[in-house]
Write a new protein. Structure first.
Length: 225
């Protein structure tokens, strides 16, 4: 049977020069990025503030054809569905931890015309997302505590990815946090096919080379499976 999974690299713009958000985004796309991972933080779910839907909408106006994933590190994910849909976001990824009714949020995201991503923090068991797999297009396994770029990759999150890949061979699995040339092989081997990389790409001397390396590692392991 044909493996429908494909490798996608989505740089996180969190640690870029945000005064140059469009130029930085374009630079990443020109370097081979498949999509943009836009980190939205509300200062409540995580101890940091970043961009919101007005900025995402402005960026969308400049980049009409780019896949946008918003990683919603927010306390009340249902609140931002409509504004993000209005900003033509493609995929709305939210954390299940603060959510009272995950199914309702998933349904509202779909009704608003976006894909659904479910994210789990390092301390959250992968079993907690299992009951919602049918509602999701993608599961995001965090390999740092959400809130800041440039943190150390948590190797001990790999069993979560392995478990998901074993049970759901065609599921999109994204990994985020401390991912770069030194850690990509672990993610790829575990079964991640959507790769978020912030600092490693943004601060690289040669971003196209880093993105190529990330892709090669994932594709190598996708072909083995
Ligand atoms: O969501 C987050 C952090 O909360 C991530 O998207 C990071 O911002 C990725 O940056 P690096 O860890 O790759 O520097």
């Amino acid at each position: 049977m044909e493996n429908k999974l494909c490798c996608k690299i989505g740089p996180s713009i969190l640690n870029s020069d945000l005064s140059q958000l469009y130029n930085e985004s374009q630079r990443l796309l020109d370097s081979g990025a498949d999509y943009l991972h836009l980190d939205v933080m509300d200062g409540a779910f995580v101890p940091n503030l970043t961009i919101g839907h007005p900025v995402v909408k402005c960026l969308r106006n400049k980049l009409p054809n780019t896949m946008f994933e918003t990683h919603m590190m927010v306390q009340n994910p249902i609140q931002w569905i409509s504004p993000m849909a209005d900003a033509s976001v493609d995929q709305y990824t939210f954390h299940i931890e603060p959510c009272n009714d995950v199914r309702l949020v998933c349904r509202k995201i779909r009704e608003a015309g976006m894909k659904v991503g479910l994210a789990i923090k390092p301390g959250t068991s992968v079993l907690c997302v299992e009951e919602y797999i049918e509602e999701a297009d993608m599961i995001l396994v965090m390999t740092v505590e959400p809130g800041f770029g440039g943190q150390q990759f948590m190797t001990n999150m790999m069993p979560k990815i392995e478990w998901l890949r074993e049970k759901y061979p065609t599921l999109d699995i994204e990994v985020d946090g401390g991912v770069g040339p030194n850690t990509i092989d672990m993610c790829a081997k575990a079964g991640a096919n959507m790769i978020v990389s912030g600092t490693a790409v943004i601060q690289a001397e040669n971003p196209p080379q880093v993105i190529k390396l990330l892709k090669e590692s994932v594709n190598k392991h996708l072909n083995i499976k």
